[in-house]
Write a new protein. Structure first.
Lengths: 292, 326, 325
């Protein structure tokens, strides 16, 4: 019950920032738009039968051959950009969230092992984490994709690989702080089962920092996926994520057909911005150093 | 201090050794080394000859030995695409990347620290809040998209700046540099700004947080109680304290700027080693990928060493703890 | 004795999201030249904010909303930053609670002393150095010339507080505000620091306001004691008078809760409850909820400051008859 009231208090703290609430509302809106993409878009952008090459690269507000309106223009295959963005959001968000969930799970397990077992386990795990974190995520992802090849499973694997170490380090830090408290030593002395110590004490105390790091990392993962797709190392061209949509518009940019790159970029920006606004406030609310 | 340096040097060499093993394992053992090291256009006879020539029929240890020996003597194989030694290829492209990365870092530091200090000294004022809003926007902007938008605005619509290449370069000790000519500078500015944006946001936040923390410390209150001017307090007492984490981050982030140059270079067709890496990945030019990896690892290890030295020079507590004095 | 510092009706409020916090609320206090005044109170009673107010060091969201602070007749409230700067460290100096935190960890001691010298005196680098070494010697730091180039972490806590004292007294200030400078130190070191400040203050004819939560610290040091509660001075008078004949129930409570006042085996007396939050309108006496002698009037009317026989008290039922004797 006390636990619940703490979380309720944190929730109230979170709601104290109007800008964070705005970010949350924006994020929910974007997620809803992605979920209900089929109902909100005028065509299925992946169904080539619905596309007409005659409608290619129409500026915003144009009317297509079948009389449909391209609200924010069309891309080089005659895809309605609005529809393509909604479907692209599904992929971008999906890849970002799934890879984060997997990476969080791995990081949680590895971090808890490092903290609980200590000694050589801890040394080896943290050495790997340190080495990996000393290299920029984009470099690791680039090389992995160069070795693995392309595909949605491979890009998720790459994103998981670059993320897990952050979570492992965060969880280990939080768990170690908890381990150093007297009652854990007492519990160990009482020969309480390790599972109980881990699940009842270490895990709950690792969650707040984990949530903060995860909220930041989701935004990073989405941005990284978009970057890799833009560089042509991410997702296949048949189901474009936002990054690929932007890349497709690159070649038309120089002739002034800005919208093909511009609008998917705005969608990507708003997605990342909304998550960052939420993450910023989460950090303030859940940071034990700032807590009274 | 010398003992400290020597120890760090040995540590760095160990990291390099470990990384060379990792690269070796990645390239030679996980992937099919024949696919990785021999051009896919080669026929069977060529492949057999290459397998023997590369020593792939030998034991793993002797293979690592010859790989490490090759790496030490600068022989990492020839680029399939360019037909020249991979290492040489990387080295000719490196100055462009370093020039871009250094300029970007200069912009990020030159703007980020003052802006962060302003935001930290007046966190609740309009300017402080605006700076923070801009920095969170900068954090959220995808680098590659900003690059495109910069090109769109300044190259296409306004026509003020060129959109690709290095422009006219001047050789300094045989190294071509862009920033010494007006044309080169015009080419440099957009990609450098693009690459700087993310680090600029990072430095603003870091500096602001540092200033706010330092301003609340008792030593600032005591300094004020001594009757010091606010210029002296901010410029000496606060700055010296926040420089410790900032210098560390600047050093470590420089490596990430070099890595992120891959994106900016490909947007602005900047002929650096990042663009080369991307092209090599696209045509599976593996010796170049391996060479890039080893170069970048060495660069990182070197930067880490520099950061450690700078850190110990700035923080008396670290310096003295290390030499054993109290 | 001539009055050095004259504080009248000082109010320092902090604007917060919950409302105005009245950290210092109508404080009046006079300090004579060469006098040592003990400002005693629990944490949160406003004693530190009073000290900051006298130094012009109250930061937003706090501000002095009313009252006057006069140093040798010169009004300090409303002074510009430039005038304050000339005053701080020269006429009024301050030392703080934790010597680990008051010295900048990344600057050498000489830097921190010399900058304080040069803030108020136009002297050569060589003379400033000499002066710095003399100052260190003055607070009992051995081989001061060598210690100048050390960093703060190379000193012990007590030594660091000595350095801070040396810095504060560089220009022989008229007033030293000591904000619990011994609280963070070991008991033996506390005594040394206390004695050191006393000696130097007497030598330099510097008046001292010694802020503390511990009555026993100032009992042997201060000429007069002012007891603060909830942003106000509830009782003020000569040290012996206040200690032997406390007029305010809160002072009596403080005295009773001192372990030294207790007979062995007896349970320690304590003041029940907690200090009030200093938010919003003041209705009645702030101490009333914790006072064992509170009557109806106490929770309805705010007691005024009354002065009699050299004693200022804020209480409806101050024990005046004993004072009058």
């Amino acid at each position: 019950m006390q636990e619940a009231s703490i979380w309720r208090e944190k929730l109230a703290d979170f709601a104290a920032s109007r800008i964070a609430l705005f970010g949350l509302a924006l994020f929910v809106l974007i997620v809803l738009a992605a979920l209900f993409a089929p109902w909100l878009s005028m065509q299925n952008p992946y169904d080539l039968a619905q596309l007409d090459i005659m409608d290619a690269r129409l500026p915003p507000g144009s009317t297509g051959g079948d009389g449909q309106t391209f609200l924010i223009g069309s891309d080089e295959q005659g895809r309605d950009l609005w529809s393509a963005i909604l479907y692209g959001l599904r992929i971008s968000l999906g890849v970002g969230v799934i890879s984060t969930l997997i990476a969080v799970s791995i990081g949680l397990v590895v971090g808890l092992i490092a903290a609980y077992r200590g000694g050589r386990w801890d040394n080896v795990i943290m050495r790997i984490v340190d080495i990996q974190l000393s290299f920029p995520a984009i470099l690791i992802a680039l090389i992995l994709l160069a070795v693995l090849g392309q595909g949605i499973g491979k890009i998720i694997a790459a994103l998981v690989t670059v993320q897990w170490a952050y979570y492992a380090r965060t969880v280990r830090g939080a768990a170690l702080a908890e381990m150093s408290k007297d009652y854990i030593a007492a519990a160990k002395g009482l020969a309480l089962s390790p599972a109980r110590i881990v699940f009842n004490h270490l895990l709950p105390n690792s969650l707040p920092p984990l949530i903060v790091v995860a909220s930041v990392q989701v935004a990073h993962a989405i941005a990284l996926e978009a970057t890799l797709s833009f560089l042509g190392l991410g997702l296949p061209i048949t189901e474009p994520s936002l990054g690929l949509l932007i890349a497709n518009g690159y070649q038309y940019l120089l002739s002034g057909k800005y919208w093909v790159s511009f609008f998917p970029g705005v969608a990507l920006l708003l997605t990342i911005l909304s998550i960052n606004l939420v993450a910023d406030q989460l950090r303030d609310v859940l940071n034990p150093r700032l807590a009274k | 201090m010398i003992a400290f340096l020597l120890r760090r040097l040995v540590q760095s060499l160990l990291v390099l050794l470990a990384m060379s093993v990792l690269v070796f394992v990645g390239v030679y053992l996980i992937g099919n080394p024949i696919d990785i090291l021999i051009s896919s256009q080669a026929d069977q006879a060529e492949r057999d000859r290459a397998i023997v020539a590369l020593g792939l029929d030998k034991s793993i240890w002797s293979q690592y030995g010859s790989f490490a020996f090759g790496a030490l003597t600068g022989d990492l194989g020839k680029s399939f695409a360019h037909g020249v030694p991979a290492l040489e290829l990387i080295m000719t492209r490196m100055p462009a990347t370093l020039e871009l990365a250094l300029t970007a870092m200069l912009i990020a530091v030159g703007l980020g620290i003052p802006l962060g200090m302003i935001a930290g000294l007046k966190p609740d004022g309009f300017i402080g809040k605006s700076i923070m809003a801009a920095s969170i926007l900068g954090f959220s902007l995808p680098t590659f998209w900003v690059g495109l938008m910069l090109i769109m605005l300044f190259a296409v619509f306004l026509g003020w700046l060129p959109s690709n290449g290095r422009g006219e370069t001047v050789d300094v000790f045989g190294v071509p540099l862009s920033f010494l000519t007006l044309d080169g500078l015009a080419h440099l500015i957009l990609p450098a700004v693009n690459l700087a944006l993310f680090k600029l946001s990072l430095l603003i936040r870091l500096t602001r947080a540092g200033v706010r923390e330092a301003m609340a410390m008792d030593y600032v209150k005591f300094a004020r109680a001594k009757g010091l001017s606010s210029t002296r307090i901010v410029g000496v007492h606060v700055l010296k304290n926040i420089m410790i984490p900032i210098v560390t981050v600047i050093g470590l982030e420089f490596g990430s700027v070099v890595a992120f140059a891959v994106v900016t270079e490909s947007v602005f067709a900047w002929p650096g080693m990042g663009k080369l890496l991307l092209d090599s990945i696209n045509v599976l030019d593996r010796p170049v990928i391996v060479a890039y990896l080893l170069i970048i690892v060495s660069l990182f290890v070197f930067i880490n060493l520099l950061v450690d030295i700078a850190y110990s020079a700035l923080d008396p507590r670290v310096r003295l703890a290390d030499s054993g004095a109290h | 004795m001539t009055t050095l510092l004259d504080v009248k009706g000082l109010k320092t409020y902090f604007a917060t999201t919950l409302g105005e916090v009245r950290a210092v609320d109508d404080v009046s206090l006079a300090v004579a030249e060469g006098e040592v005044v003990g400002l005693v109170g629990e944490s949160g009673s406003g004693k530190s904010v009073t000290g900051y107010s006298l130094m012009g060091l109250v930061d937003a969201p706090g501000r002095i909303v009313a009252g006057s602070v006069k140093l040798q007749g010169r009004e300090l409230v409303g002074l510009g930053e430039r005038d304050w700067r000339a005053l701080r460290g020269h006429d009024i100096a301050m030392i703080f609670q934790d010597p680990m935190l008051t010295l900048n960890p990344v600057l050498r001691i000489d830097t921190q002393i010399i900058e304080a010298i040069r803030a108020h005196a136009d002297v050569s680098a060589a003379r400033a150095r000499e002066w710095a070494a003399e100052a260190l010697a003055g607070v009992g730091i051995p081989s001061p010339a060598d210690r100048l180039t050390a960093y703060p972490h190379q000193f012990s806590g007590g030594m660091r507080q000595r350095v801070a004292i040396a810095i504060a007294l560089l220009h022989k200030p008229k007033l030293l505000i000591a904000d619990e400078p011994t609280t963070a130190l070991d008991v033996t070191i506390q005594g040394q620091i206390l004695a050191q400040v006393q000696t130097l203050a007497t030598q330099m004819k510097t008046s001292v306001i010694w802020i503390t939560h511990d009555l026993s610290v100032v009992s042997g040091l201060a000429n007069r004691i002012a007891v603060m509660y909830a942003g106000r001075i509830v009782e003020e008078g000569a040290t012996t008078d206040v200690l032997t004949n406390p007029a305010h129930p809160y002072t009596r409570g403080l005295l009773r809760s001192l372990p030294s006042q207790n007979k062995p085996g007896e349970t320690l007396t304590q003041i029940p409850g907690a200090p009030p939050r200093l938010l919003g309108e003041r209705v009645g006496c702030s101490f009333a909820p914790r006072c064992d002698q509170a009557q109806v009037v106490c929770s309805e009317a705010d007691p005024d400051r009354t002065v009699a026989a050299n004693r200022a008290v804020r209480c409806h039922f101050a024990l005046r008859e004993e004072v009058a004797v």
